[in-house]
Write a protein that binds this ligand. Structure first.
Ligand SMILES: [Zn+2]
Length: 140
């Protein structure tokens, strides 16, 4: 069966240049999630704290040297926009990437609190900053 012309165009445009890298998990991701899980256990029921699918983006935002989640014309450090997981730009380590940040959006949503795209729940986002520092201090 011939593919629809639109589908063919997408394949041609995205065949080599866009989308997250294939690599499914980063080194130390399991250790990093253990840290996140322990800290988020203060705010969320432990049984809901399962790591969702994480897509790592390693290619630079077009026109820059900085890796990004690239969606259409825009670049992001990370993004929670799909039900099953989060997208994160790899910035050299997990603690320097928006991993804990996007997981917070995800778990807030899972907990029925809304994903808080405007970061209005200050205490939650302060905890994210502390988690990132902890990850960095542990070399993760
Ligand atoms: Zn955010």
């Amino acid at each position: 069966m011939r593919p629809a012309p639109g589908a063919l165009l997408v394949v041609l445009l995205c065949g080599s240049g866009c989308g997250p890298e294939e690599r499914a998990r980063m080194p130390a991701q399991q250790e990093a999630f253990a840290v996140v899980r322990q800290e988020l256990g203060r705010l969320f029921a432990e049984e809901m704290l399962h790591e969702p699918d994480v897509r790592w983006w390693t290619k630079p935002c077009p026109g820059t040297q900085i890796s990004a989640v690239v969606l259409g014309p825009r670049c992001y450090a990370g993004l929670y926009y799909r039900p099953g997981g989060v997208d994160v730009a790899w910035r050299g380590s997990i603690g320097q990437s928006a991993y804990a940040h996007e997981l917070m959006h995800y778990f807030l949503d899972q907990a029925g609190l809304g994903s808080d795209p405007g970061h209005a729940r200050t205490a939650y986002w302060q905890l994210v900053e502390r988690i990132d520092l902890q990850l960095q201090q542990q070399g993760l």
